[in-house]
Design a protein around this ligand. Structure first.
Ligand code: ATP
Ligand code: MG
Length: 390
C-alpha cells in the first residue's frame, strides 16, 4: 500500500501545498519545530480517523484558518487507487470521504489506509505500563479481525455499567439483593465478551511473536530468542492457555470458567466498589533470552524490541490481509546505534513505502535507496530537495 500524492491545507503550521511521493523512501528533513511531525500527522489522520497523538480538532486546525482539508491518493496492493479526503472545521464539523462518497462511521475507515507509526514514544510499548501493550494488541488484532473490535467495544461498555453499579452499591444507593442480581447479569455478559478478547489476545501474541523474533534477529544480527507472550489477568484463562494443556479448550468451557471466577470475586468487588479482575488488567511479557525487558531492558534493547514488535505487526497484517502498511518513522534513528538504524531503514524500505523524519541529516547520510525523495521543511513550507540542490 502506498500514498501516491497528497494535498494539505489549514493543517497546523503547514503551508497549503500538494506533494507527489516516492513509492519507496521519503525523507523529511528540517530543524526542530519546523513541521515534520505535523506533516506526518496530516498524512496519518485519514488512516486513523483521528490524530495519532490524540490531539483535539481545534488544536490541529491552523491558528490562521477556520478549517482544514487533506486529500490523499492511495494505491492499494492490487494497484487499485482511491481518493481519501477529510475536512474539519472549528465549529466541530467533520467530513470524511472516499472517492467523493461521505463515510459516516469511523469503523468504515479501518484498514482503508494502513499505516504504522514509530516515534520516540514507541518505546512505551515495552517500557510503559500494560495499557500500552493492550492497546497495541487490541489495535493490531482489530485490523485483522473486525469482530474483535466489536467484542472489545461491547466489553468496555458493559464494564462501565458494572463499575457504575459497584460504585452505587458501595454508596448504598442500590438495594443489596437487587444489586447482586444485576451484578450476576453483567458478569454473564462480560464473561462472554472476555472469552473472545482473551482468545484474540492470545492468538495475536502467538502470531506476532515469531515475526518479532525474526525482525529482532535481522536488526541486531544476534540469535537471542525474542518473545511476546500473553499474560492473562484471569486465573481461569491462564489455566486453559497454559503450555501443558495440550488439548484445545472449548470456548464454552473457558466462558463458564471465566464466569465462575467473576462471580467468585464479586463479594470483594462489592466491598471495594470496583471490578478487581478481568481482561482490562491483562499484560504481555516481552522477553529477550528469557529476560523480561519490561523490567530489565536497557534503553537500546527496549527500543529495538519495540521496533521489532511494531514492524512485526506489518508482517502479520500482510499474512492475514495481504496488506503492507505505510511506515512512518518520526525521529527515532538518533536513538538507535548507527548499524541498527541503517538495518532498520533497509529492512523497512524493502517491503514498504516509508516516510522518515529527522532533524539530523546524519541519520540518513550515505544511504542510497533506489527510489528516494527528500523533502525539506522550513517554517511549515515543505519542498522537494533535488539531488545536488545543496
Ligand atoms: N494549530 C496550529 N497552527 C499553527 N501552528 C501550529 C499548530 N499546532 C502546532 N503548531 C506549530 O507547529 C510547529 C511545528 O511542530 P512539529 O511538531 O511538526 O515540529 P517538528 O518539525 O516535528 O519538530 P521536532 O524536530 O522538534 O520534532 C510548532 O512550532 C507548533 O507551535
Ligand atoms: Mg517532531
Amino acid at each position: 500500500m502506498r500514498i501516491v500524492s497528497a494535498s494539505i491545507s489549514g493543517f497546523r503550521n503547514l503551508k497549503e501545498d500538494s506533494f507527489e511521493f516516492s513509492p519507496q523512501v521519503n525523507i523529511v528533513l528540517g530543524r526542530n519545530g519546523m513541521g515534520k511531525t505535523n506533516f506526518f500527522e496530516a498524512l496519518n489522520f485519514f488512516a486513523l480517523g483521528r490524530s495519532h497523538q490524540g490531539s483535539k480538532t481545534e488544536e490541529i486546525i491552523s491558528f490562521d484558518s477556520d478549517s482544514l482539508h487533506v486529500k490523499l491518493e492511495v494505491e492499494e496492493e492490487s494497484g487499485h487507487k482511491f481518493m481519501g479526503e477529510f475536512g474539519l472545521d472549528k465549529q466541530g464539523g467533520r467530513r470524511i470521504k472516499i472517492d467523493g462518497e461521505p463515510v459516516s462511521r469511523r469503523s468504515d475507515l479501518v484498514g482503508k489506509l494502513a499505516t504504522v507509526f514509530f516515534n520516540p514514544d514507541s518505546i512505551a510499548l515495552v517500557r510503559g505500563g500494560p495499557r500500552n501493550r493492550r492497546h497495541f494488541v487490541d489495535q493490531s488484532q482489530a485490523e485483522i479481525d473486525p469482530l474483535y473490535l466489536t467484542n472489545l467495544t461491547a466489553f468496555n461498555r458493559t464494564l462501565r455499567q458494572k463499575s457504575g453499579l459497584l460504585r452505587d452499591m458501595r454508596k448504598g444507593l442500590v438495594n443489596y439483593q437487587k444489586g447482586q442480581l444485576e451484578l450476576k447479569a453483567w458478569n454473564e455478559e462480560l464473561a462472554s465478551y472476555a472469552t473472545d478478547i482473551c482468545l484474540g489476545r492470545n492468538e495475536y501474541s502467538q502470531l506476532v511473536s515469531p515475526y518479532a523474533h525474526s525482525c529482532h534477529r535481522k536488526l541486531t544480527k544476534e540469535e537471542k530468542p525474542f518473545e511476546f507472550v500473553y499474560q492473562s489477568n484471569l486465573e481461569s484463562v491462564k489455566k486453559h492457555l497454559s503450555g501443558n494443556q495440550k488439548k484445545h479448550s472449548d470456548k464454552s468451557e473457558i466462558e463458564a470458567d471465566i464466569l465462575s471466577e467473576l462471580d467468585y470475586i464479586s463479594k470483594d468487588e462489592t466491598k471495594r466498589g470496583r471490578p478487581l479482575v478481568g481482561p482490562q488488567f491483562d499484560d504481555f511479557e516481552v522477553k529477550l533470552s528469557g529476560l523480561d525487558l519490561r523490567v530489565y531492558g536497557s534503553q537500546g534493547e527496549t527500543r529495538t524490541a519495540a521496533v521489532s514488535l511494531i514492524l512485526a505487526r506489518g508482517d502479520v497484517l500482510f499474512e492475514r490481509r495481504q496488506i503492507r502498511p505505510v511506515l512512518f518513522f518520526d525521529d527515532i534513528f538518533s536513538e538507535l546505534d548507527r548499524e541498527r538504524a541503517r538495518r532498520l531503514q533497509e529492512m523497512a524500505s524493502q517491503l514498504h513505502q516509508v516516510f522518515i523524519a529527522t532533524a539530523r541529516q546524519d541519520d540518513v547520510e550515505g544511504w542510497h535507496p533506489d527510489q528516494v525523495k527528500t523533502w525539506k521543511v522550513n517554517e511549515g513550507q515543505i519542498s522537494q530537495s533535488l539531488p545536488n540542490s545543496d
